[in-house]
Design a protein around this ligand. Structure first.
Ligand code: ADP
Ligand code: MG
Length: 346
């Protein structure tokens, strides 16, 4: 959805004109960015720290639907989602590249909106835009974001470091992004059938924002550093809690016990899931796109986090042969399975 009424055909500007337009307001702020946009390659200097790199590819019709995702939000989310991967390594993000493929139907003003969102995210998270690529696309919008971060070698947290007895923790709450998507999809169907009807999203701001405007949890990385906690393993929740916890268990060669009653779910997520006849726990386990951090810590660190409202202990790591288990509210034991995000689409 694109609000700007003035539209300029992309062919009027050409590739270089377009690059100039979208990058004219970019200023480098990070000391590690020696050269940004404007040469054949950017130049960075991380002194004695390690460099971390992560890339995402986003395709219209597969990863986003422009019928209900405003372009500014899309630019913002594309950056957030990518930074989240750097934070999930317990590192700090400092640069991104942002590349786009656009069809000629796409007005220049729409591309500008996309970059307004992307640069807003950069600004908020102290990240420099240092390059990208621009191409025509035969059909649909294509976005690729690469983020670059840095950390001391000893601070980097991988997925494979969890040990028996470690506590499993998650930041924020889960399932909201998926339930928000259900709401947006429902309103889209109603709108397509009858364009006279205005979307009814009243009072649902939180879960709509969870879907359209997720926030990468840099604050949790900062908090863990302040608390002098180095997680033993960490991952960000992009595909749903179950799938991410299984990644940690498999890579760490351990089992787990996850307690349903401990999984943090916001009341609005809970109630709206119920309205859709969805099980809120399943939304948290398999919904995805929450971009919270899931991590394990040593038991000795429990005292440091037990009163932190943003962190919830949801279970513990067990030895490999005891399996990966979900303990339901009624005390039943189920094997934890990753249905991923497609589970609901069937
Ligand atoms: P090349 O032909 O070497 O790929 P380009 O003309 O594509 O060079 O890019 C020139 C400069 O503009 C480079 O610094 C590149 O990183 C930057 N750039 C190109 N497209 C984008 C974009 N969509 N967003 C940000 N920077 C871009
Ligand atoms: Mg290029």
């Amino acid at each position: 959805m694109f609000d700007n009424k003035d539209t300029t055909n992309i062919n009027q500007l050409g590739e270089f004109g377009l690059i100039d337009l979208i990058t004219k307001s970019v200023v480098l702020k990070e000391a590690s960015s020696l050269k940004g946009i404007g040469d054949d390659a950017a130049v960075l200097d991380f002194k004695n720290e390690k460099t971390l790199i992560s890339t995402d590819l986003l395709l219209e019709g597969i990863h986003f639907d422009l019928r209900y995702v405003p372009l500014k939000h899309l630019g913002y989310k594309a950056v957030q989602v990518n930074l989240s991967d750097i934070y999930a390594m317990n590192a700090l993000a400092s640069q991104i590249t942002f590349s786009i493929g656009v069809s000629s139907k796409f007005p220049i003003e729409a591309v500008e909106e996309l970059y307004v969102g992307a640069l807003l995210a950069c600004d908020k998270f102290g990240v420099d835009l240092i390059g990208g690529d621009t191409s025509a696309s035969a059909q649909g919008l294509v976005i690729s974001v690469t983020s670059i971060g840095h950390a001391k070698a000893a601070d980097i947290v991988y997925r494979n470091g969890a040990s028996e007895g470690d506590l499993i923790c998650v930041s924020g709450d889960l399932g909201g992004a998926y339930v928000g998507l259900q709401l947006l999809e429902r309103e889209k169907m109603i709108f397509l059938e009858n364009p006279e009807i205005q979307p009814d999203l009243e009072g649902k701001d939180y879960i709509i924002e969870r879907q359209l405007k997720p926030e990468a949890r840099k604050d949790i990385v900062d908090l863990l550093r302040d608390l002098k906690i180095k997680p033993t393993s960490m991952i960000d929740v992009s595909d749903g809690l179950a799938s991410e916890l299984l990644h940690i268990c498999n890579q760490s060669e351990r089992g787990c016990k996850l307690y349903e009653e401990k999984i943090p779910i916001d009341p609005m997520t809970y109630d709206t899931a119920r309205e859709f006849n969805l099980d809120p726990t399943v939304c948290a386990l398999s919904g995805g796109e929450d971009y919270e951090l899931l991590f394990s810590i040593k038991q000795a660190d429990y005292e440091k986090i037990k009163n932190v409202p943003e962190i919830t202990v949801i279970g513990h790591i067990t030895e490999k042969n005891s399996g990966k288990e979900l303990i339901s509210k009624s005390g039943q034991v189920h094997p934890l399975t990753a249905q991923g995000w497609n589970a609901f689409r069937g």
